[in-house]
Each structure stands twice: as C-alpha cells, then as structure tokens.
Design a binder for this molecule. Structure first.
Ligand code: 3HC
Length: 703
C-alpha cells in the first residue's frame, strides 16, 4: 500500500495504490488524510488531484474491516470525506478506473470530477446488504437526479461513465488520462477565481418526488422480501430532498442498522466465500493453466448442449459428438432454439445467434475431437458407458488434452482409470440447465495434476461459472448433502407431514422451492435410480418407502403430469394429490406410526441440519476445503436463501451447540439412527467454535 504525492504545475497529484482493488482501508485513509493536510499546508500547492493507481479508482471501503475496530478507527471514511470536501484548496477526483461504493463517495465529496471514458461507477453496497454510508445516498441524487440515483443505489449495478455524461456528476469526460485533464481543469478554475462547488450545496429537484418515491417503495418492497437493505436505500435517497445534514442522519441510521444485520453478514460471507472458493491450497500462482482454445463435448442431450453453450457464449469453438445423426440433429436444434429464444427476448442479437452457432461443429466421429484442449463427457450415468467413451477419448485426444466427466455421482477415479492418462482427468459437474446455473463442481481425482486443476478453475472464470473444488465421493459436495435432506423430507411424511406442508415450510425459510416441488421438477425417477443403486451398494442406508411407491405409481413429476402433486396439462401449478395423501397415510399405518402434528420449525430444522451434518462430514473428510465452499455450492447450485449465507453459515449463526442439541433430540425420535452427529460438529460445538472460524480447518486437510 502506498499513497504518493507528485507535483504537477502547482497541483498535488495524490495517488493511492492498494491492490487489488484500491480498497479504502485504514492505511489508505491515513495516507490520504496526511497527503491532503500536507497539500493544504504547502504554499506552493494550489489544488489537489486525488486518483487511484491501477485498474481501479477504488472498489470502496475495505469490507474485511467491517464489524472490526479498524473500520471506525480515525481517520474513518467520514473523516477523509469531510477533509476532502472542506479542503481549502480545491480537490478534483481523477477517475481513470472503476469507482465503486466508498470510492465513488470519495469522488462525490471532491469539488470536481473528471473521468476517463469507458470507466464504470456505481454504489453496489446493496448487494452486500448495506447502503452507501459515506454520503452516497445524499450526494449522488444531487449530482445525477433522484431517479437515476435511486436506480443505481437500489440495483447496485455499476454504469458506464458515458451514460451519466451531462448529468452533473462529471465536470469532464476524457479519452485519455484523467489525471492530466484534472490538473488542467483545476488550473483553469483556479485561474478563473471561481468558487469551488460542493455537491452538498445543491438541491435535488423533481417534478413529483413523492409520487415517484411511493411507486419505488412499492416495487422495492415486492422485489426484496427478506432483504432489509433496499427499502432502507429508498428511505435514505428520499431524505436527499431534505437539508443535507438531515439526509445524512437518515443515511447513518440506516447504515448502522444494516451493517449489523444478519442478512448483510450472510451476503458478505457469500461474497468472500465465492472468492475463497477459487483458491486451492496447493495450486498457487506458479501453476500455469493449460491453454484451452477448442472444446470437445460427447453427448448432445440437454446437459451436453447446455455445457456447449457456455463455451460458445465465450467465443470458444466446440465440436459436439453424438452416436446417431438423429440425436445430433435434435441436440443442435435444441441449442439453436435456445439461442433464438434469447434473441426474441432481446438478450442477444440475431447476428450473435449465427456467430455462436457458427462456432459449433456437430460430429459423429471421435476423430473430430482430436484437436480439442478440453473434452467433456456428458453421457448416460453408467460405468460401462463411461468406459466406452473414455476409451475412445483416450485414443483420439492429443497429448496434454484434459478429459473431464460431467458425472453427478460416479467415481471419478474409476473413470480416470479407464484411460492411460488419469493425471489429465477430472470431474466438471455442471448443474442443469448448464447454460444458466452458475455453479460448477470441479472434482479433483486422486491422480489429477495441479495444472489440470488450475486450468479447470481458469476455464470456469472464462465461462463465468462459480467453481468449487470437491474431492471424490458419492454425490460430491452438493448431491451428497441433498440426499440427506431429501431423506428427512420423506421421513417426515411417514410421521405426520404432507408434501405441501413440508414445501411450504421450506419456502417460508427461503428456499425457492421445497423438496417435493423440486423432485417433481427434476423427475422423481432420477433419485429412484440412485436409490436402487444404493440398495445394492449401501444396504445400511435407510430410506422411506414412500418415494419408491410414488415412482411405482408412475408419478415421476411434471413430465408425467403427476408426482408428489397433481398437475393440469400445460400448467406447472402443483395441486395437492388425494392419491399421494392416501399412499402416505397407508405407509404410516404399515409402519405402525400414529401420525402427529409436525411444526414448521421441526421441518426446517430436520432438513437443514441434515445438510449441515453431512456438510460437517464432507469437511472433516477434506472433500471440501472450507465450510464456505459448501455454502457457495448451496447458494449457487441449490437455491439456499442467499440472505442466510448457506447451510454452514446458518448453522454457525444458530450456534453449533444448539444445532447439536437439536440433532440429539431428533435422534431420540423416528428414524433416530439417521442423526449420528459428525465428529467435527461435536468437536466444534464442544469448544464453542464454528464452521467458518479460520481455525476450524478440516482435519484431513490440515494433517
Ligand atoms: N473490500 C475488501 N476486499 C475487496 C473489496 C472490498 N471492497 N472488493 C474486492 N475485494 C477483494 C476480493 O475479496 C478479492 O480478494 P482475494 O483476491 O483475496 O480473493 C480481490 O479483492 C479481487 O476481487 P475480485 O476477485 O472480485 O476481482 P474482480 O476484478 O472480479 O472484481 C470488484 C472487482 C468489481 C471491485 C469486485 O471485487 C466487487 O464488486 N467488490 C465489491 C465492491 C463493493 O461492494 N464496494 C462497496 C464496499 S462497501 C462501502 O464502500 C461502504 C461505504 O458505502 C461506506
């Protein structure tokens, strides 16, 4: 970190450098305050340009400091902003790179702002559950108007500087170096003897502010259930119509409430968790990824087609292979249909549809995959089928090519052993629909070498996926846990609940869809096939019979018009089914269970703690490297409510002692044998720690 001052033409150019994003941590704030003081004390200096070195003007306040004493330690961000605004010598912010959050707020406190064309500015605080707390809600409306400011603050989406040209935010937009232009601008204003303007002295004008705000409040309330930040953003922006100091007081109050809210803590956990997931302990920056310029995909079904689209979208040519012309044509047509659908909705242009389709080479011949750098298999989930495919891939793929399986549950090491190059094999587990879902489980085989892993992580970034590394085990991180969740859901049916009650409870907890609606959407026959395999491989695993009976009744879900619910043709609305209810009641009777009233709380605890317990095992076995990786899997792949931060973070908030106590209670009830607590959970709960403690490392990985 460094804050340096250079002198240009009587103007002090203060540059702060704090890689990677020029966050405004304590050291930067101190350096800025000192540089400003020094400039004001020096008679040879007539004005000050403040700028960020590198790609960013500033990514904002240092989020890592939040809820620690450093955030408030003087000079805090308010002190620095006050010093800029009240500087006796005029200050101009030179925005050469992205200015976000506190970074933009710092610029808003300056007397002038010059930005390089092409840079982006924004107040993204709402995305981490807070509001802009350093004057942004008051100064931005004064610069760009009430409506634009409200949109920027409530959405958190950065906008290109050009879009705000002429709004009063920028005194100049320039093609080249903003610093040079800022120095020239200051020289001109100083020479003209002009008074140096402050945004706080402007008035926010709007023809019908109250009507606009009422409309905005309604929209925000509907879109942000469970999230306290967006309505607080509206309140603070609304207060910009009042005198500046009154508005700032509203902003401060909102910020203080939000920064301590569980929702903001959860969203910040997700923010750092997502970034931490891309780090692999033994794969440092010295391990260079292999180049991936061409991709081959085996299987043009829903999964293979969806996977292919990720690469086509990123401009990477794909050869896609099927076993019959008919299947190939069907797969290609589905991809085209998907793109044309996007074009109809205006998401891409007709030219982009053709450009992407032009990168796709359909083939029936493995030889066409010979020049691919990455080959991904997306065929039927059976070892014999995988063996045949990997044998052929091994024969044609060039040396150094990476061979990936998209299996969701089979043993990647066994698949790797079908080739003579297990070091180049790994799992790339995409989630359906593969072109939409952000999660990618990168499965590290026992023999996968480090640069293959590094390549997978780099590829994930290129195709804009959130990658999490998983070790090899049945179901990897996500599906291994979801099985425990689904099991508890069906046990609850045996005891007294009905699918609609379970779904309602989980949806009220925040899941987009309860387990039974989810089963109906995904196809109940898929889990049935897995259970059939388990009955052979893991006879010790206990399952409720009701899910099998459902499938025996042909109730596979939406695709058969009936599953846990009944469906009307062409309509996805679930209707409680009398037939299913009768089957469930019959099952309870057969088990000799007197059905009882089950509370929503019990439903939520049993399903979520089942995830947590299996997550703890995954962690202690070193299948996941850190608890936040598990949370990221659940947030991006399974619709776990973002404002709860993922199952492991949620358990930490409940308190592991309480989680364990609840599990022990459930262990005394129906199917109690499924509640054997994971040793790691017992250990952490016993020592008052949590999964996300920095010291709570999995023992296997720490060994
Ligand atoms: N504070 C602390 N660390 C930050 C940070 C911040 N504001 N922004 C990014 N980082 C860290 C990331 O954690 C990551 O660290 P790592 O390398 O150790 O994992 C590193 O910087 C690089 O981040 P990305 O991988 O995200 O890099 P990208 O180039 O893809 O994106 C970015 C950069 C657009 C700045 C993105 O990181 C981002 O959106 N950051 C958050 C911006 C934000 O929310 N700013 C507002 C902060 S709150 C605030 O200012 C309060 C004020 O109103 C009082």
């Amino acid at each position: 970190m460094a804050v340096t001052t250079t002198l240009r033409d009587g103007i002090a150019v203060v540059t702060f450098d704090n890689p990677p994003v020029n966050g405004l941590g304590l050291d930067v704030r101190r350096g800025l305050a000192e540089a400003l003081d020094a400039a004001n004390a020096d008679d040879a200096i007539h004005g000050v340009v403040v700028t960020g070195g590198g790609r960013f003007f500033s990514g904002g306040a240092d989020i890592k400091e939040f809820n620690t004493p450093r955030a408030e330690q003087a000079p805090n961000l308010h002190d620095v902003i006050a010093a800029v605004e009240s500087s006796a010598k005029p200050v101009c912010a030179a925005i050469n790179g992205t200015a976000l959050g506190g970074g933009l707020e710092l610029a808003l406190a300056a007397h002038y702002r010059v930005a390089r064309r092409g840079t982006e500015v924004g107040l993204p605080e709402v995305k981490i559950g807070i509001l802009p707390g350093a004057g942004g809600t008051q100064r931005l409306p004064r610069a760009v108007g009430l409506e634009t400011a409200l949109n920027m603050i409530v959405s958190g989406v950065p906008v290109a500087a050009e879009r705000l040209d002429g709004s009063g935010l920028f005194d100049a937009l320039v093609e080249g170096d903003a610093v040079e232009a800022a120095v020239a601008l200051l020289r001109g204003r100083i020479a003209a003897g002009a008074a140096h303007p402050r945004l706080r002295d402007r008035q926010v004008e709007h023809d019908d502010a109250q009507a606009f705000l009422a409309w905005a409040r309604m929209g925000v309330a509907a879109a942000s259930r469970h999230y306290p930040a967006p309505p607080r953003c509206v309140d603070a922006v609304a207060a910009s119509l009042r005198p500046f100091e009154e508005g700032i007081a509203v902003e401060r109050e909102g910020f203080t409430v939000l920064i301590n809210s569980p929702e903001s803590r959860a969203l910040r956990h997700a923010f750092f968790g997502e970034r931490a997931a891309s780090r692999i302990d033994d794969v440092g920056p010295d391990v260079k990824p292999r180049p991936v310029a061409r991709v081959g995909i085996v299987g043009a079904g829903t999964m293979g087609g969806g996977i292919a689209m990720n690469f086509l979208n990123a401009g990477i040519p794909v050869a896609i292979l099927e076993t019959s012309q008919e299947a190939l044509d069907r797969g290609i047509a589905a991809i085209r249909r998907n793109y044309e659908g996007s074009a109809k909705k205006g998401r891409i242009t007709a030219a982009q549809v053709e450009q992407r389709m032009g990168l796709l080479t359909p083939t029936l011949d493995y030889a066409a995959l010979a020049d691919a750098d990455l080959l991904i298999e997306a065929v039927y989930e059976e070892y014999a089928v995988k063996q045949a495919v990997f044998g052929k891939l091994d024969a044609v793929a060039k040396e150094g090519a990476i061979l990936a399986t998209n299996t969701s549950s089979l043993d990647v090491d066994r698949i790797a052993a079908f080739t003579r190059r297990p070091q180049d094999v790994l799992g790339l587990h995409f989630f359906s629909p593969a072109n939409v879902m952000r999660l990618l489980e990168v499965v590290r085989g026992a023999k996968t070498v480090r640069d293959v892993l590094a390549t997978a992580m780099a590829v994930a970034k290129t195709i804009r996926k959130t990658a999490v590394v998983s070790g090899v085990c049945d179901g990897f991180i996500g599906n291994r846990m979801i099985e425990q969740y689904a099991r508890q859901a069906t046990f609850l049916l045996e005891e007294g609940a009905l699918p609609q009650q379970v779904d309602r409870a989980m949806e009220a907890f925040g899941f987009a869809m309860g387990p039974f609606r989810m089963g109906d959407l995904a196809g109940n026959d898929i889990a049935w096939a897995i259970r059939k395999r388990r009955y052979v491989e893991r006879p010790d695993m206990v399952y409720a019979k009701n899910a099998d009976l459902l499938c025996e009744m042909g109730r596979f879900g939406q695709k058969t018009g009936k599953g846990w619910y009944d469906y009307q043709p062409g309509d996805r609305t679930p209707h409680p089914s009398a037939e299913v209810e009768a089957m469930i009641l019959e099952q309870s009777k057969a088990l000799g269970i007197t059905r009882r009233e089950i509370s929503d709380r019990e439903i939520v605890e049993r399903l979520v703690y089942a995830l947590v317990n299996e997550g703890a095992r995954i962690l202690e076995e070193g299948i996941a490297a850190r608890a936040s990786d598990i949370d990221v899997v659940y947030l991006y792949g399974y619709g776990f409510p973002a404002w709860r931060g993922g199952p492991m973070f949620h358990a930490d908030q409940v308190g592991l002692y309480n989680v364990l106590a609840a599990m022990r209670r459930y262990a005394r009830g129906h199917r109690g044998e499924t509640w054997e607590p994971a040793p790691l959970l017992v250990e952490l709960a016993g020592s008052g720690r949590s999964f996300n403690d920095p010291v709570a490392r999995p023992r296997a990985a720490a060994a």
